[in-house]
Ligand binder design. Structure first.
Ligand code: URA
Length: 272
């Protein structure tokens, strides 16, 4: 039987979990304090870039600012003509610090031709392990919500605002969200959904550029305008299924929202 770790080791482990270092990245432990900085930023599917990414902060003279990083993300996203281009561009994008701790890039799941596109927040542990969005408990509830309006993942296309799991499921920072947003915006333009659904506050507030909370944004319809596309998309917001797991009383409101989404999907586009 393995010996019980002493009190200091237990305290150290607790601290690591609290700061979000709760996932094994390698098969064997590595002393990263002893390793060179270059070795410490390796990513499973992406070799370290030539310049150590600054996370999102400039480090010293000549380092890129957050706005340089966003400009770069915008240019990369705008150059994508197809979803395959975009998936590749996101997979190759090494400027978001979240990628350093994530196991996988989580791009999207479902059918881009379905007419219904949902945008959540960020992958969790299960999504990070599988590289597929919404496959954990919240994802299973989302599947049941879709089933309630007669859809499954062949009848919906699902992605997130962030393509990498924030360590320990912490909230993504404003900088991380802003850095991924150009890819998300391009994602919408390439999918061209009939109905766009923001799942939770982060997607709704960011893409609609609104400051209200999700309780005020849900149940309403908005014109979402994306760079590179003239006509606005019909968009609405719903409570995040992770929130509904904690507050099942709100499912009633969500049922109404889902019925409104179903009705919009069934509306003939040529209707006035
Ligand atoms: N929550 C999200 O917002 N997205 C996922 O993919 C999983 C959980």
């Amino acid at each position: 039987m393995a010996a019980k770790p002493d009190r200091d080791t237990q305290a150290g482990l607790r601290w690591l979990i609290e700061i979000g270092a709760d996932e094994a990245i390698d098969k064997v432990p590595r002393d990263r304090l002893a390793a060179s900085p270059a070795a410490a930023i390796g990513h499973r599917s992406n070799p370290p870039p030539p310049v150590a990414p600054a996370g999102l902060r400039p480090i010293g003279p000549g380092a890129e600012s957050q706005s340089d990083l966003i400009t770069d993300a915008r240019a990369r996203a705008a150059a994508c003509e197809t979803l395959a281009d975009l998936a590749r561009a996101v997979g190759e994008f090494d400027r978001c610090a979240l990628k350093l701790t994530a196991k996988n890039t989580v791009f999207a799941d479902g059918n881009p031709a379905a007419g219904l596109m949902l945008i959540g927040e960020a992958p969790g542990a299960e999504e990070d392990r599988k590289g597929i969005p919404f496959v954990g408990r919240a994802g299973q509830l989302l599947d049941r919500m879709l089933a309630a309006i007669g859809r499954d993942r062949t009848g919906a296309y699902i992605t997130n605002m962030l393509f990498w799991r924030p360590p320990g499921n912490r909230n993504p920072t404003a900088e991380e969200i802003a850095l991924c947003a150009p890819f998300v915006e391009r994602h919408v333009v390439l999918v061209r959904p009939k109905v766009l659904v923001f799942v939770g506050a982060i997607a709704a507030k960011t893409l609609l550029d609104r400051s209200e909370g999700i309780s005020r944004l849900r149940g309403r319809w908005f014109d979402y305008t994306a760079a590179g596309h003239d006509a606005p998309f019909q968009a609405t917001a719903i409570f995040h299924p992770a929130y509904l797991l904690r507050r099942p009383g709100q499912k009633r409101e969500t049922w109404r929202d889902l019925l409104a989404i179903k009705a919009r999907l069934e509306t003939d586009c040529s209707d006035p």
